[in-house]
Design a protein around this ligand. Structure first.
Ligand code: CP
Ligand code: NVA
Length: 303
């Protein structure tokens, strides 16, 4: 039966641990120049209704490196945005492709696509969540700290799609996540959080980062929310990741940002380029983890 990845908890904790091992193995193969082509002859359709650098490129390069092929499709070029239904599109695409990656606005759209497609559907970000990002983030934390369980991650900023996936991921993987944000920027309530980890939501960023192993942030204005701009930026100003906040966490705290970053808004350039920052290792790991996801979902030899 086909599997989808619409939210992190579509995979179990054990599957995620296996996926991270697989990612590390793929990373090593790439570094050593070892050819590995389990997706020879397979094609991934990639539908983007929003901009992307990392997601698009890591999946496209990932397919190529695994021996397959990726098609970059925008909703506007497909009949989808001219009224062809998701149901019909899903059935047609399933006859040509071996998997679909989609980045769009409404999460319900990818649920409908997955329901009607007979091939795996991967969520490349919706307004609700961003699972493929957080899986790569967890690999990066494992590489840097040598552990996942019990790691304290302080997410400081806007409660958004990335926050939601972090809440699910931390809870599933036994991590401790504190989310600091103004009341009006709080993430959604959390019925999907069922796991051994701990998630706390608070207003004070300094309380959130106390004893944190990782400080994490994302943009204040997500794609599709551009009108909210000026008032929201003012409200979020006390939540900027700057040196003072970094100094309030553990001495060797790691600083992460899913990127793209807005320097001097949600994070200062000093911190982004500073010794605590691991943002570019984090970005690189998108490639290795996306490849492991593709192999898991698209390769018939994978359970
Ligand atoms: N972090 C992330 O998903 O980046 P892109 O928007 O560039 O894909
Ligand atoms: N929250 C951001 C993430 C970008 C990768 C957005 O949705 O625009």
């Amino acid at each position: 039966m086909k599997r989808d990845l619409l939210a992190i908890n579509d995979f179990s904790q054990e599957e995620i641990l296996d996926l991270l091992d697989k990612s590390a193995d793929l990373k090593e193969k790439r570094q050593k120049g070892i050819e590995y082509l389990p997706l020879k002859g397979k094609t991934l359709g990639m539908i983007f209704n929003k901009n992307s650098t990392r997601t698009r490129i890591s999946f496209e390069v990932g397919m190529y490196e695994l021996g397959g092929h990726a098609l970059f499709l925008t909703g506007d070029q497909l009949q989808l945005n001219r009224g062809e239904t998701l149901r019909d599109s899903a059935q047609v695409l399933s006859r040509y492709l071996n998997g679909i990656l989609i980045r769009t606005y409404d999460h319900e759209e990818i649920i409908a696509l997955a329901k009607h497609a007979t091939i795996p559907v991967i969520n490349g970000l919706t307004d609700f969540n961003h699972p493929v990002q957080i899986l790569a983030d967890i690999l990066t934390i494992k590489e840097k700290l040598g552990r996942i369980k019990g790691v304290k991650v302080a997410y400081v900023g806007d409660g958004n799609n990335v926050t939601h996936s972090w809440m699910t991921g931390a809870s599933l993987m036994g991590m401790h996540l504190t989310v600091a944000c103004p009341l009006s920027c709080k993430p959604l309530s959390t019925p999907w959080m069922e796991g051994e980890g701990k998630v706390e939501i608070m207003e004070d960023p300094f309380e959130a980062v106390k004893n944190a192993d990782v400080i994490y942030t994302d943009v204040w204005i997500s794609m599709g929310q551009e009108e909210e701009n000026e008032d929201k930026k003012k409200l979020l100003h006390p939540y900027q990741i700057n040196q003072k906040l970094v100094d309030a966490a553990k001495k060797d705290v790691l600083v992460m940002h899913c990127l793209p970053a807005h320097r001097e808004m949600e994070i200062t350039a000093e911190v982004l380029d500073g010794k605590h920052s691991i943002v570019f290792d984090q970005a690189e790991n998108r490639l290795h983890v996306q490849k492991a996801i593709l192999e898991k979902l698209l390769s018939p030899s994978q359970p």
